[in-house]
Design a protein around this ligand. Structure first.
Ligand code: FES
Length: 116
């Protein structure tokens, strides 16, 4: 398998139900990973263009479901299953989904928009 041009790191960290921080898995990230992989395959971009990787906590819990999109170096937040087609299309084509970006490329930048 070749190194892909782009990666989506999807937090699938799960905390206990009584943890006040919540977790991306509790917000549905595991299903989002499955749908993103399926959509990239459908677009013909899963083999050599983009890869979806489950990851542990990205320390972006307050915006979860959180996805780091590399090498664009943006972080999406508040992602739901309804966002999967747009994210898959964007990563396949080398773009980003601006409406989902919570942190811009500049490291340490303030969030663009906080999720509720
Ligand atoms: S639990 Fe997903 S970013 Fe922390």
């Amino acid at each position: 398998m070749p190194q892909r041009e782009r990666y989506l790191f999807v937090c699938t960290n799960r905390r206990s139900d009584d943890d006040p921080r919540g977790s991306c898995a509790a917000r549905g990230s595991e299903e989002i990973v499955k749908k993103l992989k399926a959509k990239l395959a459908e677009l013909g971009a899963a083999k050599d263009v983009a890869r979806v990787c489950s990851t542990s906590c990205l320390d972006l819990c307050d915006i979860g479901v959180a996805i780091a999109h590399e090498p664009n170096h943006v972080s999406y937040g508040g992602v739901t299953l309804a966002d999967v087609p747009d994210i898959a299309k964007a990563v396949a084509e080398g773009g980003i989904v601006a409406r989902l970006v919570k942190y811009p490329a500049a490291s340490g930048a303030e969030p663009v928009q906080k999720s509720p």
